[in-house]
Design a binder for this molecule. Structure first.
Ligand code: ADP
Length: 196
């Protein structure tokens, strides 16, 4: 049996998930597992997986569920995830939810909470364009950003209701400084009985 804290972090592109994920992961002493980072590392290292997903990511589409699910299942089996984890950017589709449910039921205790970082679409487009100028991510051009937003709205936003029905959803406003948002998340989790 496993112990520790098991969290998901969801929210639109540009809501600040990556930044908050590393802070929450250290607060809870669990690994932050970001599917976006795993894919980007593979693209940078030109692995077989990287070559497969590069054009999909550059177009702002989701990587196919079978690929994404296999990567997360493998990563969760590594020893450091046995005592809890924070998944950033997964699951994003109903099929990914079903696969995560299967993996958790077989090998883990249930999730403690699903943190939604809420953000206004126009605000996050502006943030992403700023990040594009600073970091030059290939999927941060305005057209691709808008496409990623619409993919999120169509495929991932509907999952919010599901986690709400399961009583797991902790909703936090993503507008504000990084510190403010972290504090908001930790307070909201504590109010839901999830304490670091
Ligand atoms: P963002 O939150 O801005 O979309 P991420 O770093 O989380 O940024 O993801 C970047 C890209 O990686 C996505 O646009 C998608 O192509 C791919 N990706 C990441 N996570 C998933 C996932 N769970 N399912 C499918 N594709 C994913």
């Amino acid at each position: 049996m496993t112990s520790g804290t098991r969290l998901l972090l969801i929210g639109p592109p540009g809501a600040g998930k990556g930044t908050q994920a590393s802070r929450l992961a250290s607060a809870f002493a669990v690994p932050a597992i970001s599917t976006g980072d795993i894919f980007r590392d593979n693209v940078a290292n030109q692995t077989e997986l990287g070559l497969k997903v590069k054009s999909i990511m550059d177009a702002g589409e989701y990587v196919p569920d079978d690929i994404t699910n296999a990567i997360v299942a493998d990563r969760l089996r590594e020893p450091d995830a046995k005592n809890g984890f924070l998944l950033d950017g997964y699951p994003r589709t109903p099929d990914q939810v079903a696969e995560l449910d299967r993996v958790l039921a077989a090998e883990y205790e249930p999730l403690n909470a699903v943190v939604l970082i809420d953000a206004d679409p126009e605000e996050v487009v502006a943030r992403l364009l700023k990040r594009a100028a600073e970091q030059g991510r290939a999927d941060d051009t305005e057209g691709v950003i808008r496409h990623r937003m619409s993919v999120y709205s169509a495929q991932t936003a509907p999952l919010i209701d599901l986690f709400e029905e399961r009583g797991l959803l902790v909703r936090v406003d993503g507008l504000g400084s990084v510190d403010e948002v972290t504090e908001r998340i930790l307070n909201a989790l504590a109010a839901a009985g999830v304490v670091a």
